[in-house]
Design a protein around this ligand. Structure first.
Ligand code: G6P
Ligand code: MG
Length: 219
């Protein structure tokens, strides 16, 4: 039985995936690397180092760059991203999410945040939803990012639940793979999360009732 929820942040709780994308696009532009749909989808859910590797490898060979150059690019991206997120307020919580968090809390489901982002605690605070969560996974403490299971396994541990008792909520392909590798039930949102066991087109469709209805048809 499902006892708790692990939420991805960017693209699930808030519309911050576009900020990551815009910030990386600026880095790509600077390097004269064309921005493609493959990059747009590929960077979702994966950590900073994996993102820059994907972008550089789309044109160059990653090993043409020194570690210092790569660090510099990651820092620049994070600076641009941090400027974007200073504009975030509780209004930027995606449609339906606040109501869902209230409903899940009322029904006694513990919740955690399973994001690869080191900026997650600051964003969750800005959105005004920190109190809903038992904890936020610290990606600095897990050895492998998504699609590896580590982040979603840690999210289950925070909830003090077995992975099989947890629903992982994701918008990215790497994130859904991470949920599956962790042995949790996957709830996907949007076109890139189509491999999820239960799927919604957008966050506005989420409620305990709609989730339970889709869970039933799984068994
Ligand atoms: C999330 C986002 C990714 C981002 C990663 C690292 O998983 O979906 O786009 O690259 O977090 O975020 P950070 O804020 O630490 O650079
Ligand atoms: Mg995401």
């Amino acid at each position: 039985d499902i006892k708790g929820f692990a939420f991805d942040l960017d693209g699930v709780l808030a519309d911050t995936a576009r900020f990551h994308s815009q910030a990386w696009q600026q880095i790509a532009l600077k390097l004269a690397i064309p921005w493609t749909e493959r990059l747009e989808a590929g960077i979702k859910g994966i950590d900073r180092a994996a993102s820059i590797a994907l972008i550089l490898n789309s044109v160059h060979r990653y090993d043409e760059f020194t570690a210092a150059e790569i660090n510099q690019l990651m820092q620049e991206k994070n600076q641009i991203y941090n400027e974007y997120i200073t504009t975030l307020t509780p209004k930027d919580v995606l449609p339906g999410i606040y109501q869902l968090l209230v409903e899940l809390k009322q029904h006694g489901f513990p919740m955690s945040v399973a994001s690869a982002s080191r900026n997650a605690p600051a964003i969750i605070a800005r959105l005004g939803i920190a109190d809903f969560f038992t904890g936020i996974v610290d990606p600095a403490k897990v050895s492998a990012g998504k699609p590896a299971p580590d982040i979603f396994l840690e999210a289950a541990q925070i909830l003090e639940l077995q992975p099989a008792q947890v629903i992982g909520v994701e918008d990215s392909s790497a994130g859904v793979a991470s949920i599956h590798a962790a042995g949790e039930t996957s709830l996907g949102i949007g076109p890139e999360a189509f491999q999820a066991q239960i799927h919604f087109d957008n966050t506005a469709e989420l409620s305990l009732t709609s989730i339970e209805a889709k869970l039933k048809s799984l068994h």
